[in-house]
Ligand binder design. Sequence first.
Ligand code: NAD
Length: 483
Amino acid sequence: MSATGPIDQNPTAPHPGASEDPDSRVIPRFAPVPEGRAKKRYVIVGTGHRSGMYVDALIHAQAEVGEIVAWVDPNNTRIGYYDDLVREELGLAAGLPRYTPEDLERAITENRADAVVITSPDLWHAGLASRALATGVNVIVEKPLTTTALGCRSIADAVGEYGGDVLMTFNYRYAPRNSTLREVIRSGAIGEITSVHFEWALDTVHGADYFRRWHRERENSGTLLIHKAAHHFDLVNWWIADSPVRVFASAGLRFYGDENARRRGMGERPERGTGAEGDPFSLDLHSDPRLEALYLNAEHEDGYRRDQDPFAPGVTIYDNMSVLVDYSRGATMSYSLNAHSPWEGYRVTVNGTEGRAELEVVERGAVLLDTEGNAVLDPSATPVDQQADQVRPERDRLVVQRHWQPAHEVEIPAGIGGHGGGDQIMLMDVFRADLRLEEDPLGRAADWVDGVRAVAVGIAANESIATGNAVTIADLDLGVELG
Ligand SMILES: NC(=O)c1ccc[n+]([C@@H]2O[C@H](COP(=O)([O-])OP(=O)(O)OC[C@H]3O[C@@H](n4cnc5c(N)ncnc54)[C@H](O)[C@@H]3O)[C@@H](O)[C@H]2O)c1
């Protein structure tokens, strides 16, 4: 495993090539670690796929500033996977202490932790963060901050009562293409922002993955309007430096789920992906050693299946979502999210009083099938793919046009590693914030209020879909004034 290795990537997500030569414009500079300074002590809470990125950072690139002191997860097999890895990499004589979530407080106090890293399923984030704050430690929490208004209030109450920092890891902000759009808007090149049009397409492999896992139940993920779109709503809040005030949304489950499969005459479906052959919607957990170790080999403990059929009964989230958002200074956004597109990526248009900026990103141009009918995830795998690439090559392109002037392309600096080059840059900021040499002119680090601001749109959108009415965010009682 390396600092830029595939451990931070969901195997179903597009895998952009890692850049060899990161650009200093998007990589922060840090002071050397003062000699003799003690390492910060972290408890990892939730040892599934995403925790791998933090584990990797704390045993490699960030090992001189931080260390893992304990694990918390209800599944001991998943803890064991990372514990073995850390023990081997660091040459430890014994593994690290293991706890179940009920014993979070003990995990923190017995191991004299400074902070927790929360990478559990979304529905537990708020409770775990609030409990950790009550013990006096800081919190690093994956997106989304929470899935409910109650969760927002509980974090607001805990911060108010106990203090402590809550760092939201909005890695998309750190992807150089997204940082560059922020820079363009901040520079005033397109004037005052009047509206945003934002379209996100998830393909039939990565999009389908949300319908295989715990995310398929809204109780766990808050629907993709919270689980996935929290990233996107945060980007817009940050790009235009404004807060959402009113939301109207419409959505449906029109592709995945058992009723849609029946309506389209899809016939008998495999019970699970593992072992199914020639079905492009199936994920075989044997196909990736990490998937097998973390999920297939851990099923006997909690019965959780990572490879459910996206067309099996029980889906309570949407796959087609449209949202209209009003912002406090008068801009509006039209947003759409589709989870069964033939290609993956996004398009953003930002209109201003002096011009317009357009960001277009193709993360995977096509998902094609091999001769057995299985989805091919490596885009360079077949000659057919190369042909498809000519029409929709993997790329990102930012075009800015001021009134009365021709359009020009703005160069996007190179980042490091996956997620559009954002993850590794973010990790430097997460673990070395106090050593930063300059303040970040882009303000990429996010806190819990940014987390509330992002999920506020999704919480309001879910309510709007349920009631058919526009929802005013101030009426949601989220425990904090969003400004
Ligand atoms: N920023 C990103 O790009 C990104 C990418 C992937 C995941 N994530 C986020 O990371 C989080 C974890 O996602 P994942 O894909 O690793 O899921 P996962 O299912 O692979 O892992 C979740 C882990 O949490 C454990 N868990 C269950 N209940 C728990 C509890 N009450 N307390 C502590 N642990 C508990 C599970 O046993 C499992 O090991 C999610 O909130 C997700 O939104 C963010």
